[in-house]
Design a protein around this ligand. Structure first.
Ligand SMILES: Cc1cc2nc3c(=O)[nH]c(=O)nc-3n(C[C@H](O)[C@H](O)[C@H](O)COP(=O)(O)O)c2cc1C
Length: 212
């Protein structure tokens, strides 16, 4: 089968990654590929991609979780250090979904401009799709290098914005939008790793002209 199709088909999400660094030369390739290789959209790149370093990571951890509805009664954020939280467990019972994959050796943060009205010139939906394309490209580049990846979009955005401040060369402010966590996978996210990815979504709709 075509090499690309093989890579795409074999890609899965991972909950935990091995305690092995991503080789420097691989990280370089991933960052180069993250640097606007995906569709140019008339050269509109309103997002940024940054590597999360080891100093800032533990500070961000407290906000890298989501809560199941109706959510925990009195837990505003996860006040437990990263390693302890992973050892303790029991978060699911407290209606908290922790993103253990944030501990991956290479975490890239995708950020978008912070704005009150958020009227991006290329349109919010278009920007989001462009970012999605970039994230998939990064995931596939990682896969092609023998690495694994997991996306991360569920986190406490408001909390994170209070903890870290993001600005570009023109002092324009940004907010974290999504993360991609990369490393050598240890535990797959799925309870059934053999689960088929396909759900029959292609050519399933009846498309008809409306009767006027
Ligand atoms: C855009 C996007 C955002 C995601 N965000 C999270 C997240 O915040 N936390 C999480 O545990 N998994 C997240 N996932 C991973 C999904 O849970 C994962 O894709 C799912 O378990 C299916 O596994 P698969 O990728 O191996 O098919 C996200 C996936 C996508 C596509």
């Amino acid at each position: 089968m075509n090499e690309y199709i093989n890579l795409a088909n074999s890609r899965r999400s991972w909950s935990f990654f091995k305690d092995i660094e991503v080789p420097e030369e691989y990280e370089k390739i991933i960052l180069e590929q993250a640097n606007c290789i995906t569709p140019a959209l008339a050269d509109n790149y309103l997002y940024r991609i940054d590597k999360i370093n080891y100093e800032i990571k533990p500070k961000m951890w407290h906000y890298m979780h989501s809560t199941y509805i109706p959510g925990p009664p009195n837990v505003k954020f996860l006040n437990t250090p990263m390693e302890d939280a992973l050892k303790t467990g029991g978060w699911h019972e407290r209606n908290i979904c922790i993103n253990s994959h944030f501990t991956a050796p290479l975490v890239l943060m995708i950020s978008i401009p912070f704005g009150e009205n958020e009227n991006y010139e290329i349109g919010k939906d278009t920007l989001n799709i462009q970012i999605g394309l970039s994230m998939w490209h990064i995931a596939m580049v990682a896969q092609s290098l023998g690495l694994n990846s997991t996306f991360l979009r569920s986190f406490d955005t408001a909390g994170l914005n209070k903890t870290i401040s993001l600005s570009d060369e023109n002092s324009k402010l940004y907010k974290p939008w999504a993360f991609i966590c990369i490393g050598y996978g240890k535990t797959k996210k799925d309870v059934d790793p053999n689960r088929k990815k396909h759900l029959n979504i292609v050519n399933t709709l009846t498309i008809e002209p409306r009767q006027s």
